[in-house]
Design a protein around this ligand. Structure first.
Ligand code: FAD
Length: 466
């Protein structure tokens, strides 16, 4: 409901925007309208009144000024990967950062300046040319902006920290139209809030990250067993990773084996449970660390091998394409207790859709060593992040798969310990509060009062002004 515009767009105001806007303004009836309003989650179908494709901070400033003066509902779009589709609205304005693709890598200083329309794969390609990387997410088509503003978890986080932990500064346009820099020295409060507080405080135009070295190849990929092995596998896994070095990051996946060329035909459609690894230290050390996992039971598929990081990074892309229907419930848990393992195995057996792929993220390492108070991101002590994703190709079977996700999540309720804000659907204020905890939420509300007192930027995991 709240993704519907509240004011009629005024033609005169639009003409004024046109005069000061260098990018494209797309309206219903324009040739690219349907392509530009579509977001990653195919279950979201909204029709904005205008999409402002920004090419510069000046364009963003003009669009924000128009939004403020016209009092129009405003969505902000980076890569369009919001699970609940918060980067598009009915009847209102979409401020689309998509054309802002600038990436400037300084390999000597190990610093990258990156504009807000960049996707993860584009940043990885630019930094990997120099053997460097910003730890970010696991699907290359995800937008850097939305991911970073929520925290950013992925394959390199246990070694180097969250995406927000790499930030040196952020440039943004506030609701009042001011261009502001946030860093440890300039507006440090805002810098704190931007590292996890989402798109609440303005439209980010550029990020500056410090870069980490990454070897030319990582030891990475999935190893799968039949799903009936899941309880035994998870108990083994729990003990195995208890002493894991920071170089190792794993994601546990339960799903039906996809019909992809590297999956043997006889496995297609079979329920499987696996561990996807990424070891970012020396390959020899990685082989040693992975040896016990490989020796567990009888894997039906082992695709874990040395490969360029970019190859590993794009491995998930075909499994999460634009346009399928997606729904997700998420929670952090402290430990994989026997009870959590039993529930996981039981509910994973009930996956119906051949597309549903449900990750459990191993947390810890460098993420947990940053003091909790340092950033607005709140899940540093989480043991594991459950991401119970229901996926179908279209509306067919979607309701059933969504019920599966909800039931599984509800069964895990006694073990919930917070939630990662970027893994929320539109779940209401209590859940957003849960994502930040009382103290951080209050601090974020105070920041919101200073930077966006009228809540212009409210299509997000919204923190109303204090
Ligand atoms: C396939 C897939 C894989 C994912 N994998 C990971 C992962 O590995 N790790 C992880 O941490 N998360 C992951 N996520 C979650 C992801 O972090 C969020 O969905 C995030 O919001 C995506 O950012 P975006 O820019 O693509 O989204 P958009 O839909 O464009 O934006 C989402 C929200 O971010 C805000 N926003 C976007 N751009 C700006 C900006 N320039 N200024 C201010 N606010 C802005 C707005 O509030 C907007 O509503 C994944 C999501 C998907 C769909």
């Amino acid at each position: 409901m709240h993704a519907t515009g509240t004011a009629q767009l005024d033609d005169a105001a639009l003409r004024e925007l046109e005069a000061s806007f260098a990018g494209e303004l797309i309206r219903p009836g324009d040739g690219s309208y349907d392509e530009r309003r579509a977001v990653w989650n195919g279950s979201i179908d909204r029709r904005p009144a205008v999409i402002a494709r920004c090419t510069s901070a000046e364009d963003v400033g003009a669009a924000v000024g128009f939004a403020r003066n016209a009092g129009v509902l405003t969505a902000v779009r980076g890569g369009g990967h919001s699970f609940p589709g918060l980067s598009v609205c009915d009847d209102g304005l979409v401020i689309d950062l998509g054309p802002m693709k600038g990436i400037h890598v300084d390999p000597d200083a190990r610093v990258a300046r990156v504009q807000a329309g960049v996707l993860l794969g584009e940043l990885d390609a630019a930094t990997q040319q120099h053997g460097l990387a910003v730890p970010a997410g696991i699907v290359t088509t995800t937008g850097l902006a939305g991911l970073t503003l929520g925290g950013g978890i992925g394959w390199l986080m246990r070694k180097h920290g969250l995406t927000v932990d790499q930030l040196l500064s952020v440039e943004l346009i506030t609701a009042g139209g001011e261009r502001v820099t946030a860093s440890a020295d300039e507006n440090p409060d805002l810098f704190w809030g931007l590292r996890g507080g989402g798109g609440n405080f303005g439209v980010v135009t550029e990020f500056t990250f410090s870069l980490n070295p990454l070897p030319p190849a990582v030891l990475a990929g999935p190893i799968y067993w039949p799903m009936k092995e899941s309880p035994r596998l998870l108990r083994f896994y729990r003990d195995w990773i208890a002493e894991a070095p920071d170089e190792l990051m794993t994601i546990v996946m339960h799903r039906k084996a996809p019909a992809l060329p590297f999956v043997p035909k006889e496995l297609h459609g079979e329920l499987i449970a696996g561990v996807i690894c990424c070891y970012c230290g020396s390959l020899e050390d990685g082989e040693e660390v992975l040896r016990p996992l490989r020796a567990f039971g009888s894997p039906v598929l082992d695709l874990c091998e040395p490969k360029p990081f970019l190859e590993h990074q794009s491995m998930f892309d075909p499994g999460f394409p634009h346009g399928w229907w997606y729904y997700m419930r998420a929670c952090d848990v402290a430990e994989l207790t026997d009870e959590v393992i039993e529930l996981t195995a039981e509910h994973s057996q009930r996956i119906e859709s051949p597309l549903t792929a449900f990750p459990i993220w191993q947390m810890g390492g460098a993420v947990a060593r940053v003091p909790e108070a340092e950033t607005a991101f709140n899940g540093r002590r989480a043991g594991f992040t459950f991401n119970i994703t229901a996926m179908t190709e279209s509306a067919e079977g979607f309701d059933e798969e969504r019920s599966w996700s909800r039931e599984f999540w509800t069964a895990l309720a006694p073990y919930h310990q917070g939630v990662y804000v970027n893994f929320l659907m539109e779940e209401g204020r209590d859940r957003i509060h849960e994502a930040y905890g009382a103290e951080k939420y209050a601090r974020l509300q105070e920041l919101k009062r200073r930077y966006d007192p009228d809540n212009l930027f409210r299509l997000n995991q919204n923190i109303p002004p204090a």
